[in-house]
Design a protein around this ligand. Sequence first.
Ligand code: PLP
Length: 447
Amino acid sequence: MRTTTTTVPHVKTVLPGPKAKAIIERDGRVVSPSYTRDYPFVIAKGEGAVVEDVDGNVFLDCTAGIAVTSTGHSHPEVVRAIVEQAQTFLHMSGTDFYYERQVRLAEELSAIAPMPGPHRSFFGNSGTEANEAALKLAKYYTKRHGIIAFYGAFHGRTMGSLSVTASKVAQRRGFAPMVPGVYHAPYPDPYRAPAGASPEACAAEALRFIEQQLFVHLVPPDEIAAVIVEPIQGEGGYIVPPHAFLQQLRELTTRYGILLVVDEVQSGMGRTGRMFAVEHAGVEPDIVTIGKGIASGLPLGVATARADVMSWPPGSHASTFGGNPVACAAALATIRLLREGVMKNAEVVGAHLLEGLRGLMEKHALVGDVRGRGLMIGLELVRDRQTKERATDERNALVRGCFERGLLVLGAGRNAIRLSPPLVLTRQQADTAVEILDQALGAISPR
Ligand SMILES: Cc1ncc(COP(=O)(O)O)c(C=O)c1O
């Protein structure tokens, strides 16, 4: 798609251009209005970290379709694997039959899982299905019914996952009652720790809440099946907790016979420079849930568990399409590419991007915090660095301003933007992203 003479980005029409506008108008008549579109981007094609819209405008993509196209848009080796499998057979259902690619993917997942084996994997089609499977499995295995999750968490939108999600009220409004037996605890946010408190003290406070509030006033620990946690909160604002939080959570869950479910749907598959973000803290979960980047854009969700935990009998859980052979082929190619250098690139280019973005803090008072690991980076915007008043309108304006300058980013939380580009982003593209953010920030006047 790109020629050496094409500059990236290159916006040549008013946005949206005429073709994009026409498609958006049709969409408005027939597609569910529940989707949240922050700006009118209508893709025509993509390659690596570059996408072109239907009017020929070229954008640098720092969203990867919400952290999905891990090896870049339409990586040739992923496409080859998909085509080969598609030409062989499209579907047979791993629920009722066997095919070797699903077995091989389970073997590969066992090789990269963040806890010692043996393991078993359950295949679904999305992140929310991976979490549904994990929650059901935890209940089945422990014969307990309670689940602890965290404020700010996003685990998906089907009823089980939605019940543990505590991100935005709009996601829950009108859908009560939720699945019973779910309790929420604070998630440690080092940037918003009480004045003078260290990140570790902030982590200890969250753990104390579970032991001194939940376990004293609301539910005995022996009724809790699992704690589900994002090692870096994604939709919640790309919040990176101190290592001590995950380490102490592991200790607490082990002490009470509670399973630790780590939701790596957004943070996993090399995004943070390690295969799974929980590895940075040296923590071994009982179940890890995986989605988004695992198949570079094909729908796949997996719950991988310790083999002794995944002991449910035939018929207890399954999915017609889960672990579709084409998605498995894409995942196998993705894992190989991650191992062969793409994950390393996320670490190296991620560090470079983080440094460039931290430089913006010196010029723009609006940027209160820059944080992240690898290519999972958040910028939190505030109206005042002392009070940390959330700059939500300014964040929305920044997302839009970047789009108009040819950079795709998404919001996260109430006042952060996230950069979750394909993991093949180059240093030069990272520099371009920083330049555009610099210009777009310069055009925003804090209220
Ligand atoms: C951490 C996390 N878990 C689960 C999900 C749900 O994934 P899906 O939209 O594929 O159901 C998401 C999606 O954003 C996520 O970020």
